[in-house]
Design a protein around this ligand. Structure first.
Ligand code: 13P
Ligand code: SF4
Length: 302
């Protein structure tokens, strides 16, 4: 922690002087998540809590699409992302023109878009969802078929839960697509008493091996219930690190994969962002109303 003390003190001071709040996703490293963040959580919590914040400046300790969502909810505020390279393989997999082509191919079928998407893609969508509310959002539409983009595995997992037919897109999370059912079986053989929690961005064959599937917030809640002394979170590595700090009596089995995008956000990068007020996230004005509508519909339905 001595290594971090100087940056943490500087960031806490800069936050006060700039009137800034720091939002941190569950995949941020513990020194960010536990020491400097004001609001922490999954993608849904970050989108929900970004609404109407009483702060001039919002720093997103997360990836670019999360900063864009915070900006959509606060168009008049300054939103900063500490690294412009903090992208997402899902958000990068699809463009607005791809969505228009899907609509032309499937007229009248509603488009449900995972928040892991760009503002231009959200603006072409009927409603957003996160991994925490995808099932509820799909069911709220009351239709037999939806276009669910861009995460193919999330769509397949939700199709299995809801029975709603999914028209999918071949986007994948580069972190969760790497887990395999064989790997889960091997870890379980060595740890027969473990509860396996898989994120729904994992392939359906991996989710089928798990005892529970849910968003990062749902995983936190599961661990906090204290029903299991040994858990395995089939997701990004920092998730277990952050929960281990809060739940020292729980043992974490760790078959994790790192998200290189989340890991571009560091204490020095956050300090620099607040010192220089960069990098400011902007959204072309013609995309704001449509993007915001899709996020607001999601929040209203969840
Ligand atoms: P949630 O925190 O919403 O479960 O999302 C996981 C993720 O991969 C975010 O990029
Ligand atoms: Fe995107 Fe996957 Fe990284 Fe989340 S973990 S930001 S979905 S690449």
């Amino acid at each position: 922690w001595d290594l971090f003390a100087d940056d943490i003190a500087a960031i806490l001071d800069l936050k006060r002087r700039r009137g800034a709040v720091i939002l941190a996703h569950n995949y941020q490293t513990p020194e960010i998540f536990h020491c400097i963040a004001d609001i922490r959580g999954d993608s849904l919590a970050l989108a929900r809590d970004a609404q109407g914040l009483d702060a001039e400046v919002i720093v997103m300790a997360g990836v670019h699409f999360m900063a864009e969502t915070a900006k959509l909810m606060n168009p008049e505020k300054t939103v900063l992302i500490p690294s412009l390279h903090a992208g997402c393989s899902l958000a990068d997999s699809i463009t607005a023109e791809d969505v228009r082509a899907l609509r032309r191919a499937h007229p009248g079928v509603p488009v449900v878009t995972y928040v892991n998407s760009s503002a231009e893609v959200k603006a072409e969508s009927d409603i957003c969802c996160t991994s925490a509310n995808a099932r509820r959002i799909v069911e709220s539409l009351g239709v037999p078929r939806v276009i669910m983009i861009p995460d193919e595995f999330l769509a397949q997992n939700i199709q299995r839960e809801t029975g709603v037919e999914m028209i999918t897109w071949a986007g994948h999370c580069e972190v969760h697509e790497r887990f395999t059912p064989e790997e889960i079986r091997t870890w379980r053989a060595d740890n027969p008493d473990v509860a396996v929690l898989a994120h729904p961005e994992c392939p359906p064959s991996v989710v089928a091996e798990a005892d529970f599937s849910g968003s990062t917030a749902a995983m936190s809640d599961f661990v906090a219930r204290g029903t299991h002394r040994k858990v395995m979170l089939v997701t990004e590595c920092s998730m277990s690190d952050n929960l281990a700090a809060s739940h020292p009596t729980v043992e974490f089995v760790r078959p994790c994969n790192l998200c290189p995008h989340m890991k571009r956000i560091t204490l020095p990068a956050i300090r620099r962002a607040l010192e220089t007020m960069t990098h400011e996230v902007t959204i072309p004005p013609h995309l704001v109303a449509g993007g915001r509508r899709a996020v607001e519909r999601m929040l209203a339905a969840s």
